[in-house]
Write a protein that binds this ligand. Structure first.
Ligand code: NAP
Ligand code: ZN
Length: 351
């Protein structure tokens, strides 16, 4: 067991402060990682504020980790000391159920163990019984949940790939986004900006759908071919029925009907953002246009590795603002007021 420094929220006021946590002694399939960078996801903010009603305190968030392997267990063969690796939203699953067999560990029928705020049924004596995340110096993870990070990618800017990256890559990939399709990405934040980059790398005509007129120029630089500002009614009319696929990253419940009317017949809008109730959907729009609503949760480990390899090949990384650990409370405030361009990444040396 090792005691390490971290930053935790102690209650649902969400204020982050220094804290110490225990990491288990290295098991034979474990990889010990010295965390160098950790991205700040809107889910971290939801979790520290107990927005989903399931937060356990003290809570150490962080599921976009990049670091260097500092030790490996006896039976680990695919990682060695010094490797640059990543850890995302999951750290374990049963590995025996149908979902795990299908490489969809996030849907493990026995419950995947998430990187933080997951209760462990069989915690070792020397570890916490609730998982604690990457706003910390070090982590110990089963080798099946450790990812290889292509060497050509900047480490800090690659950290957000571990959640924002896979969460947008997976639905675009699963819904067959390709050249010739018009794809709308709704909400230009951490997830949305990765959505633009991936949809554009997959060859689609990409439209950024935003509430913020002032983000238009950035959206184009990120790879959007067009920008639709939702507050402009004429633009909303112009784009009605034009989209083959919509990726919706809005972080709160909202009226989905104006977005549904943007879809072509026989097309899908996939939610990744609002993990909460949505306003009523008009059945007439759905039935009349044979439209579908879908959802998507991160991605399995195999697909996450594929996404990282795709990023290595296409040089896809996140646009980041590096911060020190002590500035996390300001970063959360800025995230709340939609002032992030487009992902905060904590430099863990500052802890
Ligand atoms: P973020 O960086 O805060 O970006 C969210 C963006 O949504 C904002 O930049 C804003 O873009 C838009 N927005 C915010 N409030 C809005 C509102 N009331 N109405 C319309 N648009 C609004 O957040 P993020 O890190 O990308 O995360 C987005 C959501 O995804 C969070 O709820 C997070 O918990 C969730 N998430 C889900 C998964 C998954 O597996 N499904 C994984 C990670 C995160 P504009 O200024 O362009 O309008
Ligand atoms: Zn996340």
């Amino acid at each position: 067991m090792t005691t390490i420094s971290a930053y935790a929220a102690k209650s649902e006021d969400g204020k982050m402060a220094p804290h110490e946590i225990k990491r288990r002694a290295l098991g034979e399939h474990d990889v010990q990682i010295d965390i160098q960078f950790c991205g700040v996801c809107h889910s971290d903010l939801h979790a520290v504020n107990n927005d989903w009603g399931n937060s356990n305190y003290p809570l150490v968030p962080g599921h976009e980790m990049i670091g260097e392997v500092s030790a490996v267990g006896d039976k680990v063969s695919n990682f060695k000391v010094g490797d640059t690796v990543g850890v995302g939203c999951m750290v374990d699953s049963c590995q025996t159920c149908e979902a795990c067999d299908d490489h969809l560990e996030q849907h493990c029928l026995n419950g995947a163990t998430m990187t933080y705020n997951s209760k462990l049924k069989d915690a070792a004596d020397d570890e916490e019984d609730i998982t604690q995340g990457g706003y910390s110096k070090q982590v110990v993870v089963n080798d099946k949940f450790v990812l290889k990070v292509p060497k050509n990618l900047d480490k800090a800017a690659a950290a957000p790939l571990l959640c924002a990256g896979i969460t947008t890559y997976s639905p675009l990939h699963q819904h067959g986004v390709k050249e010739g399709m018009t794809v709308g990405v709704i909400g230009l934040g951490g997830l949305g900006h990765m959505g633009i980059k991936f949809a554009s790398a997959m060859g689609a005509h990409v439209v950024m759908i935003t509430t913020s007129k002032e983000k238009a120029e950035d959206a184009k630089k990120l790879g959007a071919d067009d920008v639709l500002v939702t507050k402009n009614e004429d633009s909303m009319k112009k784009w009605q029925g034009k989209f083959d696929f919509l990726l919706n990253t809005i972080p709160v419940g909202h009226d989905v009907n104006p977005y549904l009317s943007l879809l072509k017949y026989n097309s899908t809008m996939c939610f990744v953002g609002a993990i909460e109730p949505l306003e009523a959907v008009n059945g007439a729009t759905m039935i009349g246009g044979r439209k579908s609503l879908a959802g998507s949760l991160i991605g399995g480990i195999k697909e996450t590795q594929e996404m990282l390899d795709f990023c290595g090949e296409h040089n896809v990384i996140s646009e980041i603002e590096k911060i020190d650990m002590k500035d996390i409370n300001d970063a959360f405030e800025r995230m709340k007021s939609n002032d992030v361009r487009y992902r905060f990444v904590i430099d863990m040396q500052s802890l």
